[in-house]
Design a protein around this ligand. Structure first.
Ligand code: C2E
Ligand code: MG
Ligand code: MG
Ligand code: MG
Length: 283
């Protein structure tokens, strides 16, 4: 009967819940020490000009290698870091390291225009984000336009009193502001008019259905249309096939990243990739 089934269900779910709880406690306790123990690093995924294959920029993505927990992707720890608040210090570290690395590539003569970093809504809500960015740019003598910040729609939804002020201060530095995973959450179209945004990154889920799924293709097309109407640049993520690349070019989307071109690379490998891809296209 229903009651017994209910109880059985409860019993089957208990070990799973217990495991998740254990996981969370483990991750959160290791997270606290991870920065001091230098367990994080950044990898760089090339951002490709879809028409000619050239690369001038990258997205920095965090990786965490912990002696007890092994190598972890951000999806396994970013939300824990947001819960505990550790993301604020981790996020400042990401900005610092990305700027230092950009300066090193610039000084070595690499044809690099920009690196994008992901900013958590928790980090966005702190008071000193603008100051951290100002100092990181100044320390490495970088112009603001070499740094791109990717925010998720969560930042827009929270709509804190200082959101507009913060966006304007960042824009005044020349920093490029992009909404990440656009369409995945609540797409806040009214904020697109109000905030000084440069571009949108189309959430990968929609491209995954291309070319087979007509509604996914229609959403990609609609996002491209909104962006064009508002003068925003669109970047596609998760480009895995040349059919998808051609579809995007047909929509007027000229920049993308994805496994068709390259996964995220260690810093040295990205430097080599940058040199190679541009040497090939200049030849
Ligand atoms: P995101 O910012 O949307 O980054 C794109 C994710 O898609 C990356 O996963 C990337 O490796 C993956 N990807 C790239 N091309 C393809 C493809 O062709 N196919 C598929 N299936 N996947 C592709 P990753 O590195 O695991 O990062 C996951 C998410 O974690 C990021 O999504 C971002 O939201 C967050 N994240 C990463 N680094 C940071 C960081 O430094 N700070 C914060 N706050 N969040 C970060
Ligand atoms: Mg991103
Ligand atoms: Mg994204
Ligand atoms: Mg994502």
């Amino acid at each position: 009967d229903a009651k017994r089934r209910g109880r059985n269900t409860w019993q089957t779910f208990t070990p799973e819940l217990a495991r998740q709880q254990h996981d969370r406690v483990q991750v959160e306790s290791q997270l606290r020490r991870a920065l001091d123990n230098e367990e994080f690093r950044l990898v760089y995924q090339p951002l490709v000009n879809l028409a000619d294959g050239t690369v001038r920029s990258a997205e920095a993505l965090i990786r965490w290698r912990n002696p007890a927990l092994g190598e972890m992707r951000p999806d396994h720890f970013i939300n824990h870091a947001e819960t505990t608040g550790d993301i604020v210090r981790i996020g400042a570290w990401v900005i610092q390291v990305a700027c230092r690395q950009m300066a090193a590539w610039r000084d070595a003569g690499y044809p690099l225009e920009r690196v994008a970093v992901n900013v958590s809504y928790r980090q966005f809500l702190t008071e000193d984000l603008v100051q951290i960015i100002t100092e990181a740019l100044a320390e490495h003598d970088l112009p603001g336009h070499m740094l791109e910040l990717e925010f998720t729609e969560r930042v827009l939804i929270e709509d804190a009193p200082d959101t507009l002020t913060t966006f304007e201060a960042l824009r005044a530095l020349g920093v490029v502001l992009t909404i990440d995973d656009f369409g995945e959450g609540y797409s806040a179209l009214n904020y697109l008019r109000r905030l000084p945004i440069h571009g949108l990154k189309l959430a990968q889920g929609f491209l995954r259905g291309v070319p087979g799924n007509a509604s996914d293709a229609a959403i990609c097309q609609a996002v491209a249309g909104i962006a064009q109407a508002l003068g925003l640049e669109v970047v596609a993520e998760g480009v895995e096939s040349s059919v998808q690349r051609d579809f995007l070019l047909g929509l007027g989307i000229h920049r993308g990243q994805g496994f068709l071109f390259s996964q995220a690379l260690e810093a040295d490998a990205f430097g080599a990739f940058l040199r190679q891809s541009n040497a090939a296209s200049n030849a």
